[in-house]
Design a protein around this ligand. Structure first.
Ligand SMILES: Cc1cc2nc3c(=O)[nH]c(=O)nc-3n(C[C@H](O)[C@H](O)[C@H](O)COP(=O)(O)OP(=O)(O)OC[C@H]3O[C@@H](n4cnc5c(N)ncnc54)[C@H](O)[C@@H]3O)c2cc1C
Length: 441
């Protein structure tokens, strides 16, 4: 292909979970919005597809392309700060791990985030990445404006004044164009007090409403085959509270040795000795003991994830959670599947973004994982059927089997989103097989 971008190459691409790969005809590394527009125009003229890729942290093939892959690594950094409003504009390829300390240096923070930080801001928001907190939305809920290059190379600035574009583009799945910058409504930096402790699952379910509503950020991990859970409550502290981070030794023991090093060993054993998993889970459920610390929000939200896995996560109406948890327990007991990864449960507030899992609905999020060397299909399909009984909406970046016909029934604005696609990308330049499946051709 011909292009004016600074650097074009070819090469194989795989995602973090090693469950999606692509062989793009070219990889472009544009340095500006104008260069992105050049790549799009040139590829469209050659009849090629174009996809931007972030950190490749989606488990689905949502970022894969047989055409031109755009790497956003040169379109990063903080571009503008409005001190009065806390609105911060960043290059779309900026990674969360770079944004957090940069915001902190300005006395600012994102209101909420997920549990890892390698993702790009455009990748994280395009798929509806979220954390936990019943009064808080996913990361895209903090977007107050964005810039996007559409199918004919036009550069659009999207603001809340254009309700349709704003409704569609904040969680755009990469289907509407290449996002080049994002503006977030940030909040003043804040400390969180973290309290983590084991609890019995029946007690968690019984006290669910107060645990979710009385904490800023509540989540729990249930160890399948047992009645044990690890419960995490993170709360903002009052002014003047001292920062008391985890000691290096405790971090190393809990987060590196138990949650990663030993957990990798547990999974390698589980691969060959499936019958041992219930015992191993019971031991894991006890090994992580209670701990408390106070640290900057982004230090508390993040946990190192060194054991490679595959994941499926669905949003379900919050009220359905106890029934869904009972259904998952019953399915695991009735099957001969053994599950070594804890099941993660989080919560989020409704938002007004058309294809956000949180659209107009208060959700619980249930995530199931499988070690990357083990087959996940039967387990995920069994649990996916349970989510399907409760109007489950799959995370766009995590494994699922739904297609456009099923998804249309779960999103009131599904066809409105498709209409925006028709407008911004009439020739389907930004499509791939995954997007054709979930949006319809
Ligand atoms: C270990 C791990 C932990 C995770 N934890 C969480 C979590 O806590 N919460 C959660 O909700 N999710 C979580 N995820 C999922 C992850 O946040 C999402 O899949 C996210 O999309 C990954 O961001 P990325 O930069 O890797 O994007 P990619 O996977 O590279 O791309 C995702 C999509 O965004 C599009 N895209 C990227 N950049 C642009 C752009 N500039 N313009 C247009 N489209 C673009 C791509 O084309 C693709 O469609 C986790 C994933 C992993 C592997």
């Amino acid at each position: 292909m011909t292009t004016t971008t600074s650097h074009v190459a070819t090469g194989q691409w795989t995602n973090w979970g090693r469950c999606a790969s692509a062989d793009p005809v070219a990889i472009a590394h544009p340095r500006s919005t104008a260069e992105v527009a050049d790549v799009v125009r040139s590829a469209a003229a050659n009849g090629q597809h174009v996809k931007a890729v972030g950190a490749g942290h989606s488990f689905t093939s949502i970022a894969a392309t047989d055409g031109v892959m755009i790497r956003m690594d040169h379109i990063t950094g903080i571009q503008h700060v409005d001190r009065e409003t806390g609105h911060v504009t960043v290059g779309a390829g900026m990674r969360l791990r770079d944004l957090n300390p940069a915001l902190h240096a300005l006395g600012l923070a994102l209101p909420n985030m997920g549990d890892v930080d390698p993702q790009s801001m455009s990748g994280a928001t395009s798929t509806g990445t979220h954390g936990t907190g019943a009064r808080l939305t996913g990361i895209a809920g903090a977007i107050v404006g964005l810039e996007i290059v559409t199918g004919d190379g036009t550069v659009l600035t999207v603001t809340p004044d254009d309700a349709d574009l704003f409704g569609a583009a904040r969680v755009g799945l990469g289907a509407l164009g290449i996002v080049t910058s994002l503006t977030f409504a940030c909040v003043p930096s804040f400390l969180l007090h973290a309290r983590e402790e084991p609890m019995l699952l029946p007690d968690v379910i019984e006290q669910l409403d107060s645990l979710v509503d009385d904490n800023d950020h509540f989540e729990f991990y249930w160890f399948p085959h047992t009645d044990r859970a690890l419960v995490k409550r993170n709360n903002r502290v009052s002014d003047g509270t001292e920062r008391k981070p985890l000691s290096k030794a405790r971090f190393l023991l809990d987060d590196e040795v138990l949650s990663n090093g030993l957990f990798e060993v547990v999974n390698r054993i589980a691969k060959h000795q499936r019958g041992w998993v219930p015992r191993l889970n019971a031991i894991s459920g006890r090994a992580l003991s209670a701990r408390e610390y106070t640290d900057w929000s982004y230090e508390v939200f993040i946990s190192p994830r060194r054991v490679r896995f595959r994941e499926m996560e669905y949003a379900i109406p919050r009220a359905a959670l106890p029934t869904v948890m009972r259904g998952i327990d019953a399915w695991i007991n009735a099957s001969d599947e053994t599950v070594s990864f804890p099941i993660e449960v989080r919560f989020a507030a409704p938002d007004d973004i058309w294809l956000s899992t949180g659209h107009d609905r208060e959700n619980a999020y249930v995530a199931v994982h499988q070690f990357h060397q083990m087959d996940y299909r039967r387990y995920f399909e069994g649990i996916e059927a349970i989510f399907g009984e409760h109007e489950g909406r799959p995370h766009w970046g995590k494994l699922h089997t739904l297609d456009a016909d099923a998804l249309r029934t779960r999103y009131a604005r599904f066809d409105d989103f498709r209409a925006v696609c028709d407008r911004l990308d009439p020739h389907r330049t930004f499509r791939n097989a995954y997007l054709d499946r979930v949006l319809g051709e």
